[in-house]
Design a binder for this molecule. Sequence first.
Ligand code: 13P
Ligand code: SF4
Length: 342
Amino acid sequence: MVPAPHASSSAATPALVGGMPPTAALYERVRRVIPSVEWPAFAPDIEAIIDLKRRRNAVILAHNYQTPEIFHCVADIVGDSLALAREAARTEADVIVLCGVHFMAETAKLLNPEKRVLIPDPDAGCSLAASITGADVRLLRQRYPGVPVVTYVNTSAEVKAESDICCTSGNARAVIESLGVDRVIMLPDEYLAKNIAAETKVKVIAWHGRCEVHECFEAKDIQRLRRSHPGVVVLAHPECPPEVVAEADFVGSTQGMSDYVARERPARVVLITECSMSDNVSVHYPDIEFVRPCNLCPHMKRITLPKIRRALETMAHAIEIDPAVAAPARRAVERMLEIKAR
Ligand code: 13P
Ligand code: SF4
């Protein structure tokens, strides 16, 4: 399997290293972020999941916010929403296990209607996806006739089905500017819409959805951090409020932040986003100091090793989408994937 250009390949089946059991070799990857006393609680599930993946011809796609024992030890492909959508579109596996939130699994299913797409916990939601319905989009269209609807992938298939095109935090500006119009409706994240509006000449009409993780950051948090950690480089996700984005040195998707660290190698860095990001990225850079104020996403944290194991054992919970919804929703996602961004 070829990893997506913007995803990084994570746990392949581990080889025996110097006679050590496979999980001991895996522990070497995460020893800086998982205390050794915790490892015995993870190892049996990791071993079972690796075996089940082989037997089921399954691939595990994991978002950058998954915990390190998932991200570094059982995932085949890791990345941001855009990378996971791209990889889902090209996988040859029979089964996709999406370690992330529900809208990500739905997107994978839209792109693979014939495949079995599993989410280890069907209640892994998202405050953005919960902020808007298909009926809301229809009302907006009545209010702004003829204005195209650009919908963040953090939405249900029902909302995507009412949209012209999808976007992610990694390609939002490119998607909006590809339309050749002077006005768009951008749903549902108010802050992402405002942050993109500040970068483009296109007028952006926003909805009032918020990410419950990123909306908690404040400009004064960043100012305090700069005082307490001189020289710290601040990377922020565009779901943060505009005042926070204005304080940052770099703004980008989760993969954009990870790529920035790889490229620029700052001596001291803070990732203004979900907590697991720093754990996952820091594993590769022992020489970089990661300052760690962060907020947990309770939805992402619903995904655990025992639930992944159970999903592969029982083939639950399978994503199903009404075909009448799936067809227009798929068009909106595929239209986005045709746009070359990054
Ligand atoms: P990206 O990984 O696409 O930047 O999205 C962040 C996010 O909040 C996903 O839930
Ligand atoms: Fe949704 Fe925010 Fe959690 Fe991402 S981090 S899944 S946008 S609530």
